[in-house]
Design a binder for this molecule. Structure first.
Ligand SMILES: [Zn+2]
Length: 307
């Protein structure tokens, strides 16, 4: 017999370039372990979502599905852009297809937006208004929550902060095809460019992990690694400064794989130096406590509100 749990048991799904994570969520809390599978291509991803549904629905009554996904998402839950890391995913009518199949409320949201929403609802910056979230990893993304609502934008690109410009000199090529975007400086690739600059002789042998380790070591080359890590913080501070002047966030939350390497005090100090002097004391930067589960939890929270 099925365990009839509370009505608002939501299946939260996070679709990324390498893996799809899934769990059941109720009132913003995980009710099951987070399971994951390697991401397939295009419409096969919907089959993977269905398999998770079949697995969970054997034991639980699912009231809705919240999907957080890489790429820009239209209001009707279609993938409309920027999904180079998931071939064949762009154009997929995710919401329509799943709604027809399951006749349940379905919410589909960009992964960084979903994560920002989770940070606002249940994260370390709960209730911060406005809230700015920045994800630092292979790419740079983000989300903005104002008055409790995600800023999705007129073209579904609200919060795509990785592509604000840090320079006009065409120094760094970005994955989007343009130059000098925040992502080109603050992402893993941005760090690799710094490694190349500071270690021109042997940069090919140095990973980003090596760089952070070297910066904390007593090695004679540590000074170059420290400079590279400081430059990286400075670029992120520049990005935060530009965004700060636009939305004046109460709190800034950092997430993503590289955020663990951020020195919050140093970043705050650098950001303060760049901002309008009157705003110096208004910078509050924190690291996410939700981390990898933020997208899945945020999508589930959004879905539970549509019930
Ligand atoms: Zn770009």
């Amino acid at each position: 017999m099925k365990q009839r749990k509370d009505k608002k048991t939501i299946m939260g799904i996070d679709i990324g370039g390498t893996k799809i994570a899934a769990a059941l969520v109720s009132s913003g809390r995980l009710m099951t372990p987070v399971y994951s599978v390697h991401t397939l291509h295009g419409s096969k991803i919907l089959n993977q979502v269905s398999k998770f549904y079949e697995k969970f629905s054997k034991k639980y009554l699912i009231s809705g599905i919240g999907i957080s996904t890489a790429g820009m998402v239209s209001d009707d839950g279609r993938i409309v852009g920027s999904t180079g890391n998931i071939p064949g995913w762009q154009g997929t009518k995710v919401k329509e297809t799943l709604q027809k199949k399951y006749r349940l409320p379905i919410v589909v949201e960009n992964d960084a937006n979903a994560a920002a929403y989770a940070e606002y609802q249940i994260g370390s910056a709960k209730g911060a208004n406005p809230l700015l979230m920045i994800t630092l990893g292979t790419g740079v993304g983000g989300g903005v929550v104002v008055n409790g609502k995600l800023v999705r934008g007129a073209h579904y690109a609200g919060g795509e902060i990785g592509h604000i410009k840090l320079s006009y000199t065409k120094q760094r090529h970005c994955t989007c095809g343009r130059y000098d975007c925040l992502e080109a400086y603050a992402s893993g690739n941005g760090l690799l460019a710094l490694i190349k600059h500071y270690f021109p002789e042997n940069y090919k042998k140095i990973t980003t992990r090596d760089l952070f380790r070297l910066a904390k070591s007593k090695n004679k080359n540590a000074i170059f690694a420290i400079r590279a890590v400081e430059d990286w913080h400075f670029y992120i501070a520049l990005g935060i400064c530009n965004l700060f002047q636009l939305i004046d966030p109460k709190k800034i939350v950092l997430s993503g794989g590289l955020s663990s390497e951020i020195d919050i005090n140093y970043l705050t100090k650098e950001t303060r130096k760049l901002l309008l002097p009157a705003l110096e004391k208004s910078v509050h930067i924190e690291k996410s406590v939700l981390n990898n589960d933020a997208g899945l939890l945020g999508a589930a929270l959004l879905a539970s509100q549509s019930l």
